[in-house]
Write a protein that binds this ligand. Structure first.
Ligand code: SF4
Length: 265
């Protein structure tokens, strides 16, 4: 979507104006990423907690390669609590930092068995007391395993809400509250997925695809990356890259095969 000429959105904005723009961004993201979801494969709260611990400094894709065997070998919290350290380390080694992560998984299993009858609790205050589970992970678990609305402030989420100038806060908890105030609570979980999807496929840290972005007219940072559609189209990533181009009003033929095949970070 090239040709954004008027003064940048957000330049002299009231709180109400910002809220309206935030809601518009949310609506555009809903249309742009109809496939948005939690990208860590799981079928229950324990599996999601384990996958989230493994996802630190690792791609979701790599975690998803490791977890089928892991979940089959360790189906319960008690299985992690009593795991053979060497065996567990070997299974999760491809995700990196495997010694620390093994430690977290064994301690998580022990804490769940000792304090929660082996079940993952469904409250933020309980979740954050568990080994390896910080507030971000707790919100992922609440939103995706318990249907409790939660905002997941990861690196993508932080970068994008700053680019959109929806908040100037830098502390993740303050960002969570500031963004939470702009949207309906019931939308928090899906909003988080959509923002993170956009960060992984379009609004990259180094070279955002501004010229192929559905948010160009709503984004004060339009121009941070190339605005030429031909250049921007090459920066889109993932199997829906051509759909993303169409949604942004540019020719999908500009999106090369490598972009469609590119691994989403
Ligand atoms: S890609 Fe560019 S226009 Fe789109 S959200 Fe990111 S900075 Fe804004």
């Amino acid at each position: 979507m090239a040709g954004v000429t008027s003064s940048p959105p957000g330049a002299t904005e009231t709180d109400l104006g910002r809220k309206r723009r935030a809601r518009r961004i949310g609506r555009v993201l809903t249309e742009t990423h109809p496939d948005a979801h939690c990208e860590l494969n799981h079928s229950n709260a324990l599996e999601l907690a384990v996958a989230t611990i493994l996802s630190a400094q690792c791609t979701d894709k790599k975690v998803n390669e490791v977890t089928p065997k892991l979940f089959a070998r360790y189906p319960t919290a008690a299985d992690y609590a009593g795991a053979d350290r060497g065996e567990l380390e070997e299974m999760i080694r491809p995700t990196g930092f495997y010694r620390n992560k093994t430690d977290s998984l064994i301690k998580l299993g022990q804490a769940l068995v000792e304090r929660y009858d082996g079940q993952v609790p469904g409250k933020l205050a309980d979740l954050v007391t568990l080994p390896g589970i910080g507030r971000k992970t707790a919100n992922v678990i609440l939103g995706n395993a318990f249907d409790v609305p939660g905002i997941t402030v990861d690196t993508h989420f932080q970068r994008l809400v700053h680019r959109w100038r929806l908040t100037t806060e830098t502390d993740p908890v303050k960002i969570e509250h500031a963004i939470g105030a702009l949207y309906e609570k019931r939308d928090w979980t899906m909003l988080s997925h959509r923002v993170i999807f956009h960060g992984r496929r379009v609004c990259h840290a180094r070279k955002p695809a501004c010229g192929a972005c559905t948010l160009a007219r709503l984004c004060p940072s339009y121009g941070t990356g190339p605005t030429d559609p031909a250049l921007a189209a090459k920066l889109l990533k993932g199997p829906r890259a051509r759909d993303l181009a169409v949604a942004a009003g540019i020719d999908p033929a500009l999106v090369p095969a490598q972009a469609v095949a590119a691994e989403v970070p």
